[in-house]
Design a protein around this ligand. Structure first.
Ligand code: NAP
Length: 270
């Protein structure tokens, strides 16, 4: 089987490492934006070969687009002219509705299936790649309405074999879920960090503080892209959080039933 990966950063690099460790019969070709990244991916063993030319993916059975979100539409436009009609295409982007819309421009949209490994690290980049990041984490696929996903069965087997747990849902449902589970988290972490920096000495903070600000240290360009592409769902999540935070403020100000207030969320944390 020939797998192509476009984008050899944290996710693309980790995927290449995981897939190549799985089976020697899987051949991985990578494409990055810069020649140095392609060379580094070969050195790290994330790919069998790599270049900066999408044409090198012409004979792949499946191509995984693992670039930043703002590059996906352009990559699809080029790939559509390069790969064979039988080639499957998937992606790993954190927001799915816009990707599904862009995929309609492919010559054969039914050969595209959106995907999102809900895995990662705070820092992006090939230097952070790690084949274990998918282990026991969800990998969500977002078929178009009525799409037959059976052509992707071999890819599902591979994704399962590298440790991920498969889920299927509509793209807009995925984006709403992630607005709460992932995107609200980095917004709150950033807002918390900003609030604290104004009033407190961060060097005095312990593990609780560091845990809260960890996501604020992530890639601002990725957060910008996600917030831009999932704007409505994220604004709704922030509004919900705002209401809950306001209730905490009222109850703490009033000093009543605080144990009940804090106890209400304990089951989520365990
Ligand atoms: P990353 O570490 O910054 O890597 C991005 C890679 O894409 C780099 O290798 C870059 O090449 C390459 N690239 C950029 N533009 C390109 C183009 N036009 N053609 C070919 N390659 C191009 O990013 P990442 O964190 O792996 O994120 C990649 C995708 O995964 C994003 O869509 C993100 O939403 C999704 N995702 C991320 C996480 C996470 O925790 N980071 C989790 C789940 C999903 P150069 O190195 O040469 O610049």
């Amino acid at each position: 089987m020939r797998v192509g990966i476009v984008g050899l950063g944290l996710i693309g690099g980790s995927l290449g490492l995981a897939v190549r460790r799985l089976r020697h019969s899987i051949d991985v070709t990578g494409v990055a934006r810069r020649a140095e990244s392609a060379a580094e991916a070969i050195n790290r063993g994330a790919v069998d070969r790599a270049s900066t030319d999408l044409a090198d993916l012409a004979d792949c059975d499946i191509v995984v687009i693992a670039t930043p979100i703002d590059q996906i539409a352009g990559v699809m436009d080029h790939l559509g002219n390069i790969v064979a009609a039988r080639t499957l295409i998937t992606d790993v982007a954190s927001v799915k509705r816009p990707v599904l819309d862009w995929a309609q421009r492919l010559p054969n949209p039914s050969r595209f299936l959106g995907g999102h490994p809900v895995a990662g690290k705070t820092q992006s980049g090939l230097g952070e790649s790690d084949p274990a990041i998918f282990d026991r984490e969800p990998w969500i696929f977002t078929p178009a309405e009525g799409q037959d996903v059976r052509p992707f069965d071999t890819w599902f087997e591979i994704v399962r074999a590298i440790g991920a747990t498969l889920s299927f849902m509509r793209a807009d449902v995925h984006d709403q879920q992630m607005a709460f589970l992932s995107h609200l988290a980095f917004v709150v972490s950033s807002a918390f960090a900003e609030t604290v920096q104004r009033r407190a000495d961060a060097t005095l903070g312990g593990p609780g503080y560091r845990g809260m600000v960890r996501l604020a240290g992530g890639d601002p360009a990725m957060y910008e892209a996600i917030a831009g592409e999932n704007r409505d769902a994220l604004v709704d999540a922030i509004d919900q959080f705002d209401g809950v935070l306001h209730r905490y403020r009222q109850r703490i100000g009033g000093g009543t039933k605080l144990k009940e207030l804090f106890g209400g969320a304990v089951h989520v944390a365990h």
